[in-house]
Structures are given as C-alpha cells and as structure tokens.
Ligand binder design. Sequence first.
Ligand SMILES: [Zn+2]
Length: 527
Amino acid sequence: MSRTLLADGLLYDGSGSRPYPADILIEDSRILQVEPAGKVVFAGAEVKKLSGLSVSPGWIDPHAHSDASLLAAPEAFGKISQGITTEISGNCGLSAFPIMTEEVREHLRVLYSSYDLKPEWTDFRSYAAELAARHPAINAVFLCGHNTLRANAAGYRQQELTPTQLEYMNTLLAETLSQGACGLSTGLLYTPGCFADENELLALLRTTADHDGVYATHLRSEGDRLEEAVREAVSLAERSGAALQISHLKTALPRNWHKLESVLSMIQAARQRGVSIHADRYPYTFSQTSLSIVLDRPYDKMTDRAIREVLQNDPSAYDQALRQLKDSGRDWNRVILSRSGASAASGLIGLTAAEAAKRAGKTPPELVMEILREDAPGSLAAFGGMSEDNLKQILKLEWVCCGTDETARPADESLGRSHPRGFGSFPVFIRMLGNEGLSMEQIIRKITSLPAGIFRLTDRGLIRPGKNADLVVFQEEELDSQADFHSPHRPAKGIRSVYVNGVPAYDGLSQKVITRAGRIAGMEKLQ
Ligand SMILES: [Zn+2]
C-alpha cells in the first residue's frame, strides 16, 4: 500500500464548483480523502507540495483514434503531455475489432501499415488483451465501429444487407458491447458505413441501447446536407433510446455556416424532449482527413486503396480525375499537406498545396494527383473551411466537450506527423473558452465530469474519495499549446505532472513519460 499527499493545490474537483486550496490523499490507485488545505495531518504519506499550482481530474478525450497507435506508441506522449488521462477510441465507424474475416484483417493491416502492426486478434477481448500487454500510459475506452462491423458481415462494397447479414452484425455488436466496449460509432461519410440505411442503424442502435451504450456518430454530412444528417441522428437516437454523441460538431464550408442556428435549435428541442444528446469538437478550424476527399465521384465511394489502384492502372481515369480537380475551383491555400509517404510530397509536408505546388513547379491539382497515385492510403491533409465564430459558439455550449479527433503520437515523428490538435487541443480549448468569459471551473467540468458522464466512466472525472486518482497538476497562467502545423509535436507548456491511476505518469518539467499505468475498459471482465 502506498500513500501520497498532494498538498495545497488549488482544487478544481471537476463538478464545476468554485476552486479552493485542498489536500488530496491518494492510496494506491484511488483517492482516499479530500480536505481543505492544512486541516488534517496525514501521517505516513509521501507529501508533494502543490502551492501555487492547480489540480484537476485527468482530462478525458472523448474523440480519439488511437486503436492502432496505442499499440505502436503506448506512451501516448501527445495525449498525456496535454493532460489527457483517458481517451475513447473506435470513433467515426472505425474500430480495430472485431476481425472475423480475412478481408477485414487485410484491410486493417494495410490501413495500419505505417504502424508496422499485424492485427492478429479477433474480438474486442483479444484486442484488449493485446493492448494491455503493451501497457499504455493512459486509460483506453473503445467504441465498436460500424464500418468494421459491416465489413465483417458484407465486405467493403456497396450492398444492401440480407436479414442474415444484419442479424450477424447485431450478434457481433452485442458480443463486443458485453465484452466492455462502451457503444457504437458510425462514420456515415465513409465506406462501407455510407451504404447503411435507417433500418440497419436502428436495429444496431436498439442493441446499443440495450447495453446502455453510447451512439457516437460522424454525421452523413457536415456541410451541404448537415441539417438532414443531424435530423437522422437525432431521430435514430430518439427511436432507439441510445444516448447520442455527435462527433466533431461543425458547419463545413462557408456556404453552410449559417446552418448552425437551425442545427442547434433542432438539438436543443430534442434535449428538451428528454433525448440524451451531447457533442465534441476540436478547437481548430482546420480539420485533417484523407487527402483523397478532394476527388469527386466515383472516388467518394471508394477506399483509399481502391483509389490508388485505379490511379496507378488506368491512365484515362487519372486524366479525367485531374481535369475534374482542375475544374473544382478549390482554394488550395486552404489545404495543408500534413502527411504522406509519396515521394512527390517529400520536403513539402506542412505547406499549403498552393505553396507546395509552386515549389515543385507544378499546379496544385497535378501535385495532389501524383501524391494520391503514389500513396492515397497514407496521405492526409488539413482542410480549412470552418468558421471561427461558429467554433466558439459550439465550444461554449454546456453539453459540448473537447475532443482531439487524433491518434496518440510519440514525441518524434516516427509514426508520421500529427495535426497540432494531437498535442495542443486541451490547452487551446481552455484558453479559447477563458477568453470567451467562461470560468476555469466551468471549463474544467467540460473536460472531466461531462465526458465521464456521457461515457459512463463512473469512477473518473471527479476528485472525490473512492474515485480513481487520475489527476493533472498545472500552472494556470502558463498553460498553453505550443503545437502548430509547422511544429505539430511540440508539447504543451504549463502541465507540471499527470497522475494515472494514482501513479505519477508524466513529468512536465522534463517532458517525459515516467510510468505507463493506464487501464483498458473491459479488461476487468477478463480477470
Ligand atoms: Zn470523424
């Protein structure tokens, strides 16, 4: 048994109540006692003085994509160095499990090829065991991805499900949820999720609701059909009884910015009817996704591997796609090349497509097409098309939390280059909302007890006796992100130490992960 006393830190307990100087006694992995500073003498505890510093529950990232990266880089440096102690992965329809067919296994192997991983697991249980063996530094919770689920039943091509296939998906989902996954995610913009109709989703969501799971959705559209997409998500949640989490809520493209008002009133009205609806958002106006989304039909319904295949083997399709791209009228100053294994992109990462093309002596469409032909699956870009005002309005809502939408990355760029949100989201979120007039205790609630409540993490998100001792010690005035598109891996400043399950896990002064003490949701069911 070990006891540590964190003495005299300014305590934000996660509930949103006013902070006060407090002593927190930790015994092993849990919080044993919380008292006003100096009121009680705790004999036999190792004392750490936090005078002049603030302490809060560990920050929770409800929108992560670390399914593969946590296996490859379990120190989760980009996450823990910005104060994150728990993340929810398996978002946007993509989870690394279940794997019941060789087609899915091969698909994930190629998708995760930059991580040098061989996915040898099958169900959630065997995936979680594999991850536990790598000892991640932060706690990991997982959603079951609808795309992966559907691919197990019907592959990656467009097709309507037979009743047997749908029943199989439902059985797999129920099994995954009972093994400890926290809900279902969809990515209705991606293949094969985009082929799902309402009946399919409703059936799966009823199963999700039966297991008290959350429905996290990357909407079918975040721009031109945003209102229809939100209506679909709300209606599915209302009819199935599953709690809805709207992923990275945004209004993509300037022509859709005005839709925020009607979207929010639709959500508020449903909340008033008693539908459980929350959302997350990263605090940036550039999003990062596959570079291939610049291509129009038929590529919007194809996987990146299939796109590469066509562009490499069909010169006339290549020329036609190039013409289409030239005619698209896209503003290449709003596209930043952020990751690619293509030789055509070498030396150009971090630049806008406009600048990069100029340096390469090509037009932006020519350069982009060459990159996609070489490495569509490994090429990412950041796209600017979001409104700063809408961003702030969304982040301020009391039912919206901060999500990184990012994989856990090492400090170096050995696993590729991250979006700066992978290292800076939470400090940026705190700063932005502070400037908008929210109090620190309100902001801390939105990154602790709010996401813990949404994802039913009953023993995290608050500093209370009996809860797990996930804690962030920080210097409020210093707290800030140092990551940008030029240097996206610079760790946040102002984070002094991070505790995970009672163990000092990250030291902010040396910027080192000291211990990897994270736990995996569902693992307790293995014991
Ligand atoms: Zn997404």
